[in-house]
Design a protein around this ligand. Structure first.
Ligand code: ATP
Length: 259
């Protein structure tokens, strides 16, 4: 009988990162002993300053570490119950993990709509399905519809971030890894983006793991958060409770997270 709660907990688990270590160029230890969980339908924040290891952790999960001449030298990552070791990034994307990289990577010479279509190709949908998917994304991001024929490079930073997220959603992911969506954007645009993420989560059940330096906005929209420093998780907890802690607020203002 005592096993029952654990079984329920495991069945809600979408992603489990267990004690991973990531090494760049066979020498630089960027992440050491990181463990975290994302439950089905969760929004989890991965917080920390520049260089804390957030991006590396996300790349380890999406399989993109290999592209950076890095490797996971210890630990395990499980997605939907399966160990992802040795699974290529494109295969993980097919299984439902999509990574929105830091810095709004869009094809600047393509229009907004052409960019979105590139996101749809992974699943090789019919013409009709692709059109339906586009309309779905436009319903979430009306700004993108208004500018569908505009070259992506000519749109604002906020629109490019929405485009990067919208293109990722074209793959119909179950887990979106979002790397610093707030970077370089005005607070009002950041709020708009996090609000859309929260609605997507609520209405479509999409799970998110969001790396952020902007602790306040992330804690307001996440359910649970991990705090990273020097490649390690140094704190974790329910977002609401973390937001109320003085030491976390101190960290947000540029100090150290945990004494
Ligand atoms: P940022 O917000 O700047 O991306 P971060 O928390 O995401 O910060 P990472 O980018 O994961 O941190 O960096 C963690 C550590 O790994 C840093 O010490 C960094 O110098 C190192 N690192 C990151 N990318 C590389 C790389 N391509 N080659 C070598 N070292 C790297």
């Amino acid at each position: 009988m005592s096993h029952a709660p654990q079984t329920v907990a495991q069945s809600r688990e979408l992603l489990a990162v267990d004690d991973i270590e990531v090494i760049y160029d066979g020498a630089i230890l960027a992440v050491a002993g990181v463990s975290l969980r994302v439950e089905q339908g969760g929004i989890v924040a991965l917080l920390g300053a520049n260089g804390a290891g957030k991006s590396t952790t996300l790349k380890a999960i999406s399989g993109l570490v290999q592209a950076d001449r890095a490797r996971i030298s210890r630990g395990h990552i499980r997605f939907q119950g399966q160990d992802t070791a040795g699974v290529a990034a494109n295969q993980l994307a097919r299984q439902g993990i999509v990574h929105v990289l830091e810095g709004r990577h869009v094809f600047s010479h393509l229009t907004i709509e052409e960019n979105l279509r590139t996101g749809g190709f992974l699943r090789r949908p019919s013409r009709k399905a692709l059109e339906d998917d586009l309309e779905r994304i436009y319903a979430w991001f009306p700004r993108l519809k208004t500018k569908r024929k505009t070259q992506a490079g000519l749109t604002s930073g906020g629109e490019q971030q929405m485009l990067a997220i919208g293109r990722a959603l074209m793959t119909k992911p179950s887990l979106v890894l979002l790397d610093e969506p707030s970077m370089g954007l005005a607070p009002i645009i950041v709020e708009e983006i996090f609000e859309i993420v929260a609605q997507l989560n609520k209405q479509e059940g999409t799970s998110f793991l969001v790396a952020e330096q902007n602790i306040n906005v992330a804690l307001r929209h996440a359910s649970y958060a991990y705090i990273m420093e020097n490649g390690q998780v140094v704190g974790e907890g329910v977002a609401e409770q973390l937001a109320a802690r003085d030491d976390i607020q101190h960290f947000y203002l540029g100090g150290s997270a945990v004494k």
